[in-house]
Design a protein around this ligand. Sequence first.
Ligand SMILES: Nc1nc2c(ncn2[C@@H]2O[C@H](COP(=O)(O)OP(=O)(O)OP(=O)(O)O)[C@@H](O)[C@H]2O)c(=O)[nH]1
Ligand SMILES: [Mg+2]
Length: 317
Amino acid sequence: MDSLAERISKRDERALAKAISLVENDAEGKLKLLKDIHPMTGHAHYIGLTGSPGAGKSSLVNRLITYLRKLELTVGVVAVDPTSPFSGGALLGDRVRMVEHFTDPGVFIRSMGTRGSLGGLSRTSKETVRLMDAFGFDVVLIETVGVGQSELDIMKIADSIAVLLNPGSGDVVQVFKAGIMEIADLFIVNKADLSGVPKLLAELESMLDIVKHDADWRPPIVKTVSVKNQGIDEVWERLTEHIEYMKESGERDRRRKTSLEREVIEVVHAEMMKRLVEKEEEQNKSWVEEVKNGSIDPYSAAVRLLDDYYGEKVDKG
Ligand SMILES: Nc1nc2c(ncn2[C@@H]2O[C@H](COP(=O)(O)OP(=O)(O)OP(=O)(O)O)[C@@H](O)[C@H]2O)c(=O)[nH]1
Ligand SMILES: [Mg+2]
């Protein structure tokens, strides 16, 4: 029997699904699998799509998949929703909006929520992206609801980041505050059939004047109406230009290296936490009661945990 990694290299969809479950369950052998598939990665272009809840991300992804399939490109999709307890393709919205692609072997869609991600949603999502890359998809789309730090974090694995905004939503200020403006490579004004488009465009341009005034790449703005399939070709044109820019400027390489560097730290962090928690659970978490009844302060409790874990005094002070 071939290993999971070998089966993935032979484009066995069931092996891919199994590997993603393994990653979601943070199961034994996960790191070995990720290590084995690593040499097969690096070919896909990762595109992140983020925006407020209901901005039309899934509708746009659905249209984009159709568009890319016509260009004979294969597509993996990771739809991340931290507000949803569901995972494993059970997200209702994605099921409904992307249903036409579920039987296409050139498309693989996986939704993930918090409950199904034992190693943390951010890590699970990134690892799934790597698995899809190894499988051989030309493009991997990552849809996340842009609400918090961990979603921003997921986006940072992408080669190109598109931010969806809606007219009349007051999104621009939010985007500016959340630091999304800095990482955006493309803005998509979706629901351009609604009123308030000129105002939004003007706000965006003036924010870009501030944030990106001396940037080599000024994020273009594209108007779309996903539900009517309008503007999708332009989205892809701008993304293609961005991909070219990233390759030629060496920025893609830089971003990818930074991303790998970040992953090393994340894996170490996650694995250490896992072991620490496991060890503590064996010891019945005696500190919980002590901290609660005031017999130990939280800092001494933390230092004691670390001392136990490392088997030496951590705080030499
Ligand atoms: N008028 C209009 N409605 C749209 C457009 N695109 C999407 N919608 C509608 O907006 C709603 C949300 O669309 P989704 O594609 O599920 O949005 P989403 O951003 O994926 O939502 P979450 O994943 O739940 O955050 C649906 O009712 C869509 O039909 C558009 O261009 N114009
Ligand atoms: Mg969605």
